[in-house]
Design a protein around this ligand. Structure first.
Ligand code: SAM
Ligand code: SF4
Length: 448
């Protein structure tokens, strides 16, 4: 008998992709996705613990779903980073919870679910796997009806930045064999996927410690040769592992999109040291300079944090100075939030919440102006857009992205979905661009 699963996902692309893998795995156990929690036989919350806010969401979601347990005995589970971190403490804290499943245990989910169905017992599986099986792809069997797809290439992190929970909840760095990755991308391309985004907590470190394995630029090179695939992206990168070979790849590989997401976290060398980031403001700027020289149209985005312990006004000024120097296309900015078990959570010189908020608002206001200006630079240019679907605002419009990852809306119909089209930008906004198709335009470097 067919059953229904509802998944609520918080956090990064890795979590989004894990939820997709879980859905594919559960299809084999006759669980089909529902977007309505009320209909579900199984509700899974895929969680994030990188910051305090997404972590708190878990408990409010569990509160919301309790009534389904009371009314119809829905099985309720928690997956992802909070599950990994809290383990069976979660089961003690939330009596109506049935399942806690850590970041390495995804392949075991169907069996664990079956155990709950049969015996009604509660399950908690958070051990770290040593063999990499948890990274194996679940290849889609049916057409995905999707223009782009994520592909995990590595997981975990060995860098131990002092603020970050990732090494504790995702484990040590582990890369998938390149042969498996290439097979997966080929399979996706055969299913008409046009763009892949290669995922990992630090993709630049791909292949490290694996004898005879490709490194990240070599992997990109091999993926670039896959027939039918049009675009390659990747996220996320650590500046310390950004090699000259990777920078050069942006001038060599036709399918590699001109966008680099390179988190810097702070512009102050004192704070970067305390964060244990392993680079300086100057070396970061030097790498950005190289990227812009090798590939002038490249869009640069990053993550930044304000209010790290010990951050004084002059440190914050250094961060603002970095913003002005780089002119990021966009920024993901956060207030530092202490994470239990990380070194920085023990640091004494905490920054007041009010000061963090003020700094965040100042930084975001400045960045808003820079982003708009960067978008305005594209007005009247013709950009290659991969059409992803109908626009949510108007059914006469379609929406897609430029190679530099900017959202463009323009008039068109469903027949354009999955196509690369030349679009002239007519108007720039803070978060998107407006444009119009240019018929018979042949000046784009569209991949064969
Ligand atoms: N691996 C990437 C790197 O090296 O920068 C970052 C991945 S991390 C999961 C995503 C982003 O969350 C970070 O870039 C950082 O800005 C933010 N973040 C991580 N820990 C945080 C914390 N304790 N408080 C606030 N923001 C945090
Ligand atoms: Fe976290 Fe990124 Fe540092 Fe790894 S490199 S510890 S994922 S911030």
């Amino acid at each position: 008998m067919e059953k229904r699963v509802y998944i609520e996902t918080y956090g990064c692309q890795m979590n989004e992709h894990d939820s997709e893998r879980i859905l594919r795995l559960l299809e084999g156990s006759h669980y089909l996705e529902t977007k309505n929690a009320k209909e579900a036989d199984f509700i899974l919350i895929n969680t994030c613990s990188v910051r305090e806010k997404p972590e708190h969401k878990v408990y409010s979601a569990l509160g919301r779903f309790k009534r389904f347990k009371d009314e119809k005995g829905t099985i309720i589970g928690v997956a992802g980073c909070v599950a990994q971190q809290e383990g069976d403490k979660l089961l003690d804290r939330v009596p109506y919870l049935d399942m806690v499943i850590g970041t390495h245990a995804i392949p075991m989910l169907p069996q664990l679910l079956q155990r709950i169905e049969v015996s009604g017992e509660k399950v908690c599986e958070t051990s770290f796997s040593q063999n990499g099986k948890y990274l194996e792809a679940v290849l889609p069997e049916r057409p995905l009806n999707k223009v782009k797809s994520y592909v995990t290439i590595m997981q975990g992190c060995d860098r131990f930045c002092s603020f970050c929970i990732v090494p504790y909840v995702r484990g040590r760095e582990l890369s998938r064999p390149s042969g498996e990755i290439i097979k997966e991308v080929k399979h996706l391309a055969e299913m008409d996927v046009k763009e892949v985004c290669l995922l990992g907590q630090n993709v630049n470190a791909y292949g490290k410690g694996m004898e005879g394995e490709l490194d990240f630029p070599q992997l990109l090179d091999r993926i670039n040769d896959i027939e039918g695939l049009q675009r390659i992206r990747f996220t996320t990168s650590h500046p310390g592992d950004l090699s000259e070979e990777l920078i050069q790849a942006f001038s060599k590989l036709k399918k590699l999109c001109e966008h680099f997401h390179l988190p810097f976290q702070s512009g102050s060398n004192k704070i970067l040291r305390a964060m244990h980031r392993g680079y300086t403001k100057e070396s970061y700027l030097e790498k950005i300079g190289r990227l812009k020289k090798i590939c002038p149209p490249i869009a640069i985005t990053a993550d930044v944090m304000v209010g790290f312990p010990g951050e004084e006004e002059k440190d914050f000024e250094e961060t603002l100075d970095l913003l002005q120097k780089v002119q990021f296309d966009d920024l993901f900015s956060f207030k530092y939030s202490p994470r239990k078990g990380t070194r920085a959570s023990q640091f004494m010189d905490k920054v007041e919440e009010k000061v963090k908020q003020e700094r965040l608002s100042i930084l975001q206001e400045i960045q808003k102006g820079i982003t708009l200006q960067k978008n305005q630079e594209l007005e009247s240019c013709v950009e290659e857009v991969l059409v992803e679907g109908l626009s949510k605002q108007s059914d006469r419009d379609v929406t897609g992205r430029t190679r530099s990852n900017k959202v463009v809306n323009f008039e068109g119909d469903i027949s354009l979905v999955g196509k690369l089209v030349p679009v002239q930008i007519t108007k720039a906004y803070a978060h998107s661009l407006r444009g119009g198709i240019v018929p018979n335009y042949c000046g784009l470097r569209i991949a064969e």
